[in-house]
Design a protein around this ligand. Structure first.
Ligand SMILES: Cc1cc2nc3c(=O)[nH]c(=O)nc-3n(C[C@H](O)[C@H](O)[C@H](O)COP(=O)(O)OP(=O)(O)OC[C@H]3O[C@@H](n4cnc5c(N)ncnc54)[C@H](O)[C@@H]3O)c2cc1C
Length: 316
């Protein structure tokens, strides 16, 4: 079932979760162990992130180094299929431009369609670790909108091989990313919104936001989107804080601000156990307020901490 149908059919605010594939070498059991404690909350869907491969330098026996491609977290498509099979819940794979050429993207989409996966969240991806700015593959997409156009083409039965006859149309429901605090590369919010509107006008059915810790940022973003003519559902993305280190890591990695009240409370904590309690309180407060304001879905980035998310959702 499509994410947009889940939203239409939900009585009130729905719940969804986002997980990372496990590090290479782990089994699917690690995913089930992660998700089992969250199943009592009847998530409408579960997102699975996509992680591109990285180039690393490996020391050889003779002391020289060789460059090798390593994908630390493979398995997004397989995990989605396993989730749908095991829990009978819709899975939403993330698909990115980075590291994919057009043909590989089409093959991945064909696999997803064959598996009965109705949804995709389309992203550009970040720069590879050895690059200073995002570089598309020679025959790949530069922006999420380009990837979206490819999926929309498949939804119209148009494949890369133009002479294919009597093709079937795929029916993917498409999500894209939005940034309540602006994407870090955009010169200003208006320009970022212009590109977001292009994605929606191009066929995106809904938006999932980057994490934020001040709900006012989300509300202003939704208002700015509506004023700009972006009418699709805007799902808030929520993340728990559980270590003091996140005070610097989150702004640096995700280009977001933490409210002073939250950072002050965290700075008072003696250890990460105390930070976790503050983080749970904050996320619960944020979630209750968003729910009161009738957001379509509360989408939690669980990121290896299902017990934290569970203790928030339990008390909603
Ligand atoms: C909900 C969510 C989930 C995510 N999941 C993943 C994941 O699974 N894997 C992963 O690697 N990353 C993930 N990311 C991170 C994401 O890939 C990065 O934030 C990336 O830097 C931007 O992706 P995007 O899809 O927003 O890019 P785009 O929409 O392509 O935008 C990127 C930048 O280019 C600008 N822009 C857009 N279109 C144009 C255009 N036509 N011309 C000029 N400028 C343009 C935008 O304003 C923005 O500054 C996720 C992010 C979010 C919010």
């Amino acid at each position: 079932m499509k994410v947009t149908d889940h939203i239409k059919e939900s009585k009130g605010t729905a719940i969804s979760f986002e997980i990372l594939p496990p590090l290479k070498g782990k089994t699917i059991e690690s995913i089930y162990n992660h998700l089992d404690p969250l199943m009592e909350f009847n998530p409408a869907f579960i997102n699975v992130t996509y992680h591109r491969s990285e180039q690393v330098f490996k020391k050889k026996a003779d002391g020289t180094f060789e460059k090798v491609e390593v994908r630390k977290r493979p398995g997004t498509v397989g995990i989605c299929a396993a989730i749908m099979n095991h829990y009978k819940i819709d899975a939403v794979p993330h698909l990115i431009c980075g590291g994919f050429n057009l043909q590989e993207t089409e093959n991945a989409l064909i696999d997803l369609a064959f598996l009965g996966i109705d949804n995709v969240l389309l992203l550009r991806g970040d720069a590879a670790k050895n690059e200073t700015a995002f570089e598309p593959e020679p025959d790949g997409h530069k922006y999420a909108i380009d990837l979206l156009k490819q999926v929309m083409n498949l939804n119209a039965g148009i494949y890369l091989e133009e002479d294919l006859k009597a093709t079937n149309k795929t029916t993917f429901c498409i999500g894209v990313a939005g940034y309540p605090e602006k994407h870090f590369e955009a010169p200003n919010m208006q320009t970022d919104l212009r590109y977001l509107k292009e994605k929606v006008d191009g066929g995106a059915d809904y938006i999932v936001t980057q994490m934020f810790f001040d709900n006012e940022k989300y509300y202003s973003f939704v208002k700015a989107c509506r004023d700009f003519g972006i009418k699709v559902p805007i799902i808030p993305g929520l993340k728990p804080i559980y270590t003091k280190k996140q005070l610097t890591v989150l702004p640096k990695t995700f280009h977001i601000d933490l409210p002073t009240d939250l950072s002050n409370e965290i700075l008072k904590c003696k250890n990460d156990e105390e930070v976790e309690k503050v983080g749970i309180e904050w996320l619960l407060h944020q979630s209750k307020d968003l729910k009161k304001n009738n957001v379509p879905v509360l989408h939690y980035y669980t990121l290896g901490k299902p017990h934290i998310v569970a203790s928030v959702v339990k008390n909603l």
